[in-house]
Write a protein that binds this ligand. Structure first.
Ligand SMILES: C[S@@+](CC[C@H](N)C(=O)[O-])C[C@H]1O[C@@H](n2cnc3c(N)ncnc32)[C@H](O)[C@@H]1O
Length: 386
């Protein structure tokens, strides 16, 4: 150092001090840079800043394409513009997912289409235990009231109506309504004075008045049951709001809706999913993904208290006949909507129809004859109090 100073022939002690300081700063910065390099941190010399140590050594850049939500206080507060763009991106992906069909066209469902009443009975039997649990929970909410006035909307032939309400004595009067004349004609064969069946369209503007005109329901009803009907309606939220008005204060509503996203199987899950995709996008089919929307719709309609119950059906330990019933309930009818499209003269559905017929035959055989196949679906009901 002395020789260096001499060779630079520094004259004043100030020059000597400045040079020494510069050398010390350079050495200090070099040490920092070497340490940061070894630890994989980023260093900025002006303003002096050393980056935090990376959490892992992953070289996968895709892991870093979104901001780290847990570290971003703006994102956690939900006010950041970054959040907007992050979730907009996700929304685009969801809408283009083929498992979620476009907004369904108005349902052309016909409860007396060939084989449909058999399928509805199988379906009704399959959901009995879950409904009974939902009824028990509803009675708790109704404080085990006697003389309950009940309404079943979309009651069809009344098979499920009679089966469910007969299990409980608390119900004094049960009204079953449906917009299908043929279904109500079938229901009218039930000879039991507790039950009254009538043709009423839930979507008609006079729906509420028609209910209040029913003898015994003039001041509303205590309990409303809706089994596999709301997904046929084009505006379930407005109907739920009307149902809320029909319910007496503290009245209870039970709804059960399907959701095709709750089904899995192995092997052949891809075939099953394609059957669902093709059929759930057919013109005139109901909203086969309504189940997941029901909670949102009940909340949006202003129901105060909402509870949910679940059950799972799978093929493990079931006989061939039992497995076939599961197939019948969940898949057998899926070509009907496409068939009706064809019957209305829409030839564009021909290819899908032919494919569906073959695929359903194949899947049916799998359910019946292959005890290696695993199939599982979840059913759920929501119980809402006014
Ligand atoms: C899948 S079936 C369910 C029948 C019965 N609840 C059951 O669980 O077996 C749906 C029922 O809703 C009825 N429905 C559909 N839209 C309706 C409407 N706008 N007004 C009244 N009933 C309707 C249909 O006619 C059909 O009987």
């Amino acid at each position: 150092m002395g020789a260096l100073i001499k060779s630079l022939s520094l004259n004043s002690s100030f020059e000597l001090f400045a040079l020494s300081t510069a050398i010390i700063v350079i050495i200090f910065l070099m040490i920092i840079y070497i340490i940061a390099f070894v630890q994989g941190r980023e260093v900025s010399f002006w303003p002096l800043r050393i980056g935090s140590r990376p959490k892992n050594n992953s070289k996968d850049k895709s892991l870093h394409c979104f901001p780290n939500v847990s570290e971003s206080s703006d994102l956690n507060r939900g006010k950041s513009t970054q959040e907007g763009s992050l979730f907009e991106g996700l929304k685009v992906n969801l809408l283009s997912n083929s498992r979620l069909p476009q907004i369904p066209t108005p349902s052309t469902y016909n409860p007396v289409y060939p084989n449909e009443s058999y399928r509805l009975r199988v379906q009704g039997d399959a959901h009995r235990d879950l409904d009974v649990r939902a009824f028990k929970r509803s009675l708790e909410l109704l404080r085990n009231k006697e003389n309950i006035i009940a309404l079943d909307i979309g009651c069809g032939s009344g098979y499920v109506t009679k089966d469910r309400f007969d299990s409980f004595e608390n119900f004094k009067k049960i009204f079953g309504i449906d917009n299908s004349h043929s279904a109500i004609n079938e229901a009218l064969k039930i000879k039991d004075e507790r039950y009254t069946f009538a043709v009423i369209d839930i979507e008609s503007p006079s729906f509420k008045d028609s209910i209040f005109k029913l003898k015994g329901a003039e001041s509303g009803v205590d309990f409303i049951f809706s089994s596999f009907t709301l997904h046929h309606l084009s505006d379930p939220i407005s109907i739920l709001k009307t149902l809320k008005e029909i319910l007496k204060p503290t009245g209870v509503l039970v709804i059960r809706s399907p959701d095709d996203g709750s089904k899995i199987c192995y092997p052949d899950n891809d075939i099953m999913e394609k059957i669902i995709d093709v059929s759930s996008n057919a013109k005139g089919i109901s909203d086969r993904f309504h189940g997941r929307k029901a909670y949102f719709q009940l909340k949006s309609s202003g129901f105060n208290y909402i509870d949910s119950l679940y059950s799972i059906t799978d093929t493990v330990g079931r006989s061939s006949e039992e497995r076939l019933k599961i197939f019948d309930e969940s898949f057998s009818y899926r070509s009907d909507y496409v068939k009706r499209q064809l019957e209305s003269g829409d030839e564009s559905a021909r290819e899908n129809y032919n494919w569906l017929i073959d695929a359903l035959k194949y899947l049916r055989k799998r359910f019946y004859s292959d005890d290696l196949m695993y199939y599982m679906e979840v059913q759920y009901v929501l119980i809402a109090q006014r």
